[in-house]
Design a protein. Structure first.
Length: 143
């Protein structure tokens, strides 16, 4: 009787540890809108649930600031002026025309890209949006 209880408890503990290990690499199998096209996600949700959105294509609205080592998408212009990096995500423009992107600097924009949550170790994670297209809010084409 005691051995069976010990075995059940041991298997239960192992099962829980396995499930915790699997949640560290959570991937979204089905985007919230039900298809594989880019879907618009609120910047607050991305910041708070970054691991959930890792590797997903999406559209995000925010205030774009491009500068020396501070290319980022902020919640709003007020959040940018107040500072605090916890209200922004880094913008990766490496595969995008930087001259074209500078036209959108200090404007509210819609960015389409792939989001990455990069673990640098020691508890440091970097949230980054690899840009595919940028347009100003209210405009339907990329300018």
């Amino acid at each position: 009787m005691k051995t069976s209880i010990v075995i059940v408890l041991l298997l239960t503990c192992l099962g829980h540890n396995y499930s915790f290990a699997r949640t560290d690499t959570t991937q979204v199998e089905h985007p919230p809108n039900g298809h594989n096209s880019p879907y618009r996600i609120d910047l607050v949700d991305i910041i708070s649930k970054s691991q959930y959105y890792d590797g997903q294509q999406m559209e995000v609205i925010g205030y774009l600031n491009l500068g020396f080592e501070v290319d980022a998408l902020w919640l709003s212009e007020a959040a940018y002026k107040a500072g605090g990096r916890n209200k922004s995500i880094c913008v990766n423009l490496y595969k995008f025309n930087i001259k074209q992107a500078k036209r959108f600097n200090h404007h509210e924009v819609v960015i389409e890209g792939v989001f990455h949550c990069i673990d640098r170790g020691l508890g440091l994670t970097i949230n980054e949006l690899a840009v595919k297209s940028i347009r100003r809010c209210g405009h339907s084409n990329n300018k």
